[in-house]
Each structure stands twice: as structure tokens, then as C-alpha cells.
Design a protein around this ligand. Structure first.
Ligand SMILES: Cc1ncc(COP(=O)(O)O)c(C=O)c1O
Length: 379
């Protein structure tokens, strides 16, 4: 099998696994305990906190560990609603469901939810943002990089507008971490969500990086862990793995991005030759992500047929692949439904090679030829 779905999840890095193993075996202590077992675990958590903070140029005290990106996003949005008076929440229409749904849920608490327009490449319309912020706004949440298209938003520019109107800015940087430089300070945000399993770390660990001046009401109340903002015994092995994954990702960032982009360019030359339409290709994008459609061929069909030939790709976001219907991201980009239903995402990772791309393109060509023959027979 050739794995081409790294935006859904990545395999655990071998060095990451090695770093985690002692905390699954002998160093099993509760990081909150006062004895030697606890101290050892606690120190490992603090080292990981430093590594995660360093990866996004933040302070360790700004890192609140969570169970992943979903919890970090829910924590910020629901925490805002608990901690601040109801106002307007401004989001983009291409957010991951774990931002979209909690934000929509705020309406029941008297908040107004405003979704911004995006252009045909999936970039937030800055004029619309400016207009939206004339209403008193509690927070703006715009993702740094989109999980489907890989399109990168100009968060620093959005921050300028949001700060000028006293709105807090949150960014979901889950897909950006490890693929492009992510700098909490340069982006000038108040909060940022991260997830370990997208950067060769374990599933079930993530973080909300939070401006020190902001206190959010906890989603999970209990023993007062993570400065009282996220109770629950810390998942020490996963947090250690998250820290190790961040360190490795930072060492390798530039070289890996260059390699991914060269492979992606090779892939996209081949895709264009096969007549595919590429989404978001004129915008700044993650170097590993390619989102395309071939007219008249359903994305789901391609995913199934390519899987049979040994290639793992996605027909949209993994989390929404259970849902029927075209991608909401493409719909917000005004892609006609008949083209959007053909969307397939290839997201490259460390293990992929030029040969993988050649073989993938050959497999795709064969699948398309067969499907087109079948269609010709039935009309
Ligand atoms: C943009 C984005 N945000 C959040 C998440 C959720 O992260 P997690 O799987 O750690 O809950 C994902 C995962 O697909 C994602 O792509």
C-alpha cells in the first residue's frame, strides 16, 4: 500500500515511539503525584511543553495540553462563550467541523455567528472581514491551513483587522504544524490549536496555545490540571510523543517542505495531463496537499478503485468522509456541485517517493480509462 492521506493522520515516527515507550512501561507515574514516579512523569511533561511551545515560538506557560485538535478548538470556542458576554463570533465557512459546530452552537447562547466569504481559491475575503467587524465581536476563528485544499490564510493580516476592533483571534493550526513555519507571535493571534497525530506524533494529544492574559473557563472541571483550565490526569506518553514529534518536525521543516513540494509538483503535472481540475492551486498552499477532480467521475469511486490498487487517498476531510454530499469547503469556494462531487485529496508525507507518484499516476490513468469505458458502454 502507498499511503497518500497524511492530512488525515500520519504514522507514528520511530524516534517518537522510542521516546514514548519508557512512559508506557516503567515511568508510569501520575504527573501530578509528589513522589519520584510522579516527578519523573511531571518533568517529562514539562520538557514536552517546552518543545511544543518552541515549535510555534510561544512560551511553555501558554501551552494547555488537550486530547487533540478537536478538544482544543471546542475548548477555545465554548470557553469563550462561558467566559465572555455574548457577542458576535466570526468564522470562515471552510473551518473544520470541530470549529464550525461549536461555533454554530453558540447561537443557542445568544451569540450571533457570522461566516465570512471566501474567494474561488478559498481565501478569506478581507473586505467582508472588515465589514463583519463593525459589529461588536467576541472572537474571530480562521484556520491557518485548510485540511482539504491546503490553502493558507493570511492570519497576520486578519489579526491586524481583528485587533483593531478589539476582537480575539483564534487559529486552527492543526494542518499547518510541521508543514510550514508556524509562529504564534508573528501571526499575532490570541489562541492556536495543535494536534500531535498530524506531525508523526500519537493520536489523542494536542494543545491550545493561549495568550497569557486570557483565562478560559474549563470544558472539563476536576482536579485543576493545566492551570485549572483542563482537568484530567495527563496522558504522559502521548504528551511526551507530541513533544518529540514537534522537535523532529522543526529540525526537518525546510528540507521536508522542499521535498514535498517537488513531489506535489510532479503529481500535479501528471494530474493536469489527465485532465484534472485542481482546487486552490493559485493560492499559497501547504506543500504536501493536492485536491483535484476529474469531470464526470465521483470522488468516492476513485477512492475505492485506487484503494483496490494499493493507494490510500481521501475524497475530502477524513472526519467528514462518512457524510454524504459535496465538500462544504468547495461549496464555499463556489465550485459547482457536479465538479465538487469528484474531489479527491492526495496528502503527501515523509515516506513518499517519486516512484510512488509515478505509480499513483499510472494507477489513476488506468482507473479513469476503465471508468470511461464503462460509461461509454452504458450510454
Ligand atoms: C484542520 C483540522 N482541525 C482539527 C482537526 C481535529 O484534530 P484531532 O484529530 O486531533 O481531534 C483536524 C483533523 O482532521 C483538522 O484537519
Amino acid at each position: 500500500m502507498v499511503y497518500l492521506d497524511h492530512n488525515a493522520t500520519t504514522p507514528l515516527g520511530p524516534i517518537v515511539l522510542e521516546a514514548m515507550l519508557p512512559y508506557l512501561r516503567q515511568h508510569f507515574g501520575n504527573a501530578a503525584s509528589r513522589h519520584e514516579f510522579g516527578t519523573l512523569a511531571g518533568k517529562a511533561v514539562e520538557r514536552a511543553r517546552e518543545s511544543v511551545a518552541q515549535a510555534v515560538n510561544a512560551q511553555p506557560t501558554q501551552v494547555i495540553f488537550t486530547s487533540g485538535g478537536t478538544e482544543a478548538n471546542n475548548f477555545f470556542i465554548k470557553g469563550m462563550a462561558e467566559s465572555f458576554r455574548s457577542a458576535q463570533a466570526v468564522i470562515s465557512p471552510i473551518e473544520h467541523p470541530c470549529v464550525m459546530k461549536p461555533a454554530e452552537g453558540l447561537e443557542k447562547r445568544g451569540w450571533k455567528v457570522r461566516k465570512l466569504r471566501v474567494d474561488g481559491e478559498g481565501r478569506v475575503d478581507m473586505v467582508d472581514l472588515d465589514a463583519a467587524l463593525y459589529e461588536p465581536t467576541g472572537f474571530v476563528s480562521v484556520m491557518l491551513a485548510n485540511n482539504e485544499t491546503g490553502v493558507i490564510q493570511n492570519i497576520a493580516e486578519i489579526a491586524k483587522t481583528a485587533r483593531a476592533r478589539q476582537a480575539l483571534l483564534h487559529t486552527d493550526a492543526v494542518q499547518a504544524l510541521g508543514k510550514i513555519p508556524v509562529d504564534f507571535h508573528k501571526l499575532n493571534v490570541h489562541a492556536m490549536s495543535l494536534s500531535a497525530h498530524k506531525v508523526y506524533g500519537p493520536k489523542g494529544a494536542g494543545a491550545l496555545i493561549l495568550d497569557k492574559r486570557i483565562e478560559l473557563k474549563a470544558l472539563l472541571a476536576g482536579g485543576g490540571h493545566e492551570r485549572g483550565m483542563r482537568s484530567g490526569t495527563l496522558n504522559v506518553p502521548a504528551i511526551v510523543g507530541f513533544g518529540a514529534a514537534c522537535e523532529l518536525a522543526m529540525k526537518d521543516l525546510e528540507a521536508s517542505a522542499r521535498r514535498m513540494q517537488a513531489l506535489r509538483d510532479q503529481l500535479e503535472r501528471g494530474l493536469r495531463e489527465l485532465g484534472a481540475v485542481l482546487f486552490g492551486a493559485n493560492a499559497e498552499r501547504l506543500p504536501n496537499t493536492s485536491y483535484f477532480a476529474v469531470a464526470g467521475v465521483a470522488g468516492e469511486t476513485l477512492v475505492v478503485e485506487l484503494d483496490k490498487l494499493g493507494f490510500a487517498v481521501a475524497s475530502g476531510a477524513a472526519c467528514s468522509s462518512m457524510k454524504q454530499g459535496a465538500s462544504e469547503v468547495l461549496s464555499a469556494m463556489n465550485v459547482p456541485a457536479e465538479i465538487a462531487q469528484g474531489a479527491v485529496r492526495v496528502s503527501l508525507g515523509k515516506s513518499n517517493t517519486k516512484e510512488d507518484i509515478n505509480e499513483f499516476l499510472n494507477a489513476l490513468k488506468a482507473v479513469l480509462a476503465r471508468l470511461q469505458r464503462l460509461t461509454a458502454m452504458t450510454v
